[in-house]
Design a binder for this molecule. Sequence first.
Ligand code: 5GP
Length: 185
Amino acid sequence: MKERGKLFVVSGPSGVGKGTLVGMLKDADDIWVSVSATTRAPRAGEVDGRDYFFMDRDAFLAKARDGGFIEWAEYSGNCYGTPTDKVTEHLDQGIDVVLEIEVQGALQVKEKLPEAKLIFIEPPSLEELEARLRGRGTETEEAIARRLRTARVELDEKMKYDYTLVNDDVDRAFTELIGYMASAA
Ligand code: 5GP
């Protein structure tokens, strides 16, 4: 019988480039990247069912009450959650699963599934992070300020993670990421 897949959780402050790194993992064989549900409005170019399952708050909270999420959390005024069914399905098939989620959700996963490996991606510096958030051009000044405040809190949580890597250069960081994932027991 095929061994059960491994569960990896990737977190890091908004703008750190974790979306890019996780996007690169989507091309790898035997890795499945989970699609989360959110109450946030879609950004330009985002597709329902590919980037997120976009839901209204009532539907989201009903699903949460029914135990439909492995974890869920409120972040920057919106709810985000990982649907349980598809994650379990892939792990059962021996496929490694990656969740790209924020810190509160990651810690809920670790509590429920201690074998999950938590990976924290950090920016070279907070100044660099601010520049990247601004460069993205998708956020208002107020949202940028809020995300930077959250980033400071998130960076304080990184000791609770199994592995930390600095995204100073995307290709180098990706090589380190897949190296860690391959070696994780
Ligand atoms: P964004 O709005 O920029 O797409 O995501 C905001 C934050 O929510 C990011 O840190 C992202 O990793 C996190 N996030 C995305 N999906 C989930 C999820 O299913 N659960 C939790 N807890 N956080 C999520």
